[in-house]
Structure formats: structure tokens, C-alpha cells
Ligand binder design. Sequence first.
Ligand code: Y43
Ligand code: MG
Length: 201
Amino acid sequence: MQEVIIATKNAGKAKEFENMFQPLGYKVKTLLDFPELHDVEETGNTFEENAILKAETISRALNKMVIADDSGLAIDALNGRPGIFSARYAGEEKNDEANMDKALGELQNVDDHERQARFYCALAVAAPGQETFTVTGTCEGMILREKRGAFGFGYDPVFYVIEKDKAMAELNPEEKAQISHRAHALRKLESQLPILFSEGK
Ligand SMILES: O=c1nc[nH]c2c1ncn2[C@H]1C[C@H](O)[C@@H](COP(=O)(O)OP(=O)(O)OP(=O)(O)O)O1
Ligand SMILES: [Mg+2]
């Protein structure tokens, strides 16, 4: 089975990529399989820039084709925050519960109909001697007033998916893989995978 390397240390993302790539016939490896590699500093100003930074750094270190995911939540009433700072919104230790609590607190006085938000995902593909490229996906929703559900990771318990009338964390992995920002981005990449691999990356 072909192996795809995803430059992430996030176990929630890793699981989703495994589930999404398996039916396509690819086995997923992540940075959790390469503990010797350091975290890449996310110094970019956009999801795309940070995805490129992660993909290119790890591709160079392994001399292989690597895909990286930079993603996050943009809340309209907070002028797009936490955005690219989603993982560290409540502090450097990247605590999902604290991140959600911070966002919920800031939205306490925001009306139900003004709680629009969307998840963004940028995927970058970097390979030795090739031009890096990105694809993106989004998922529209609203921020709930309290956490709901136990599936998923990150901000899923506070993100209401309109088309499903459920919190993202109430969707099982198969349901989330139909509608998520990550799934939408990956769909744009899917058809190119055989070509990328046949080019010997
Ligand atoms: O489907 C999602 N459902 C809920 N929350 C999500 C999702 N997708 C991204 N998120 C949140 C989690 C984290 O707060 C931030 C990603 O930050 P981001 O830097 O891309 O990932 P990370 O630092 O956890 O791992 P890594 O950089 O090693 O891939 O957005
Ligand atoms: Mg990160």
C-alpha cells in the first residue's frame, strides 16, 4: 500500500486522515511516527503559509513527498479570531477545553443569530524538486453556547453544523468526513494523488 506522510503532531487530525485515506488505498504516517523530528514553528500569516512551512520543512528532512494541514476556526463576531492562532488561543500548551472556554466567554453577549463561524483547512503538498502547492476547504457553522458531543477534537463540541442540525462533535467520523473543511480540501487533492505518486515522490 502506498504511504502518505502527513506533517502533523495532532492526534485528532491524524485519525481523520487515516480514516479518509484508507478507502483511497493509502496508508498514513504522521509525525507521531517520526518522534525525532521537531515541531515546525508556525510563523506564517495565513493558513496556506503555515501549511507550506510545515510541508516543506518535513519534506526536506525526510526527502519525500509530505502533506501538511494548517487549520482553524474563524468567528465573525470576533473579527475572524482565533484564526491561525486557534491551537494556542488560550495559551502555548494548546488546550482544547481552555480554547473553547475562552471563545465561549468572549461570545457570551453575542446573540444567537450573530454567532456565524467557519472552519478553514489548508493542505500543502511538498515534494523534493517540485513546486509546493496548496488546496483549501471550509465548513460553515455557528458557535453554540455550550459544548455538545464527544466525537472529533479541537473546537468540534462548540461548532454547530447547520446542514446536520448537530454539533460537529455529535457527528460520527464518517459523517464528519463528508462535510468537514478537511474533507473538502482533501477532495480537491484526491484526483492528483496517483499522478503525484507516479512521479516518484
Ligand atoms: O476539524 C476540526 N475540528 C475542531 N477543531 C479543529 C479542526 N481542525 C482544526 N481545528 C482547530 C484545532 C486547533 O486548535 C487548530 C489547528 O491548529 P494547527 O496548527 O493547524 O494544528 P496543531 O497545532 O494542533 O497540529 P499540527 O500543526 O502539528 O498539525 O484548529
Ligand atoms: Mg500547529
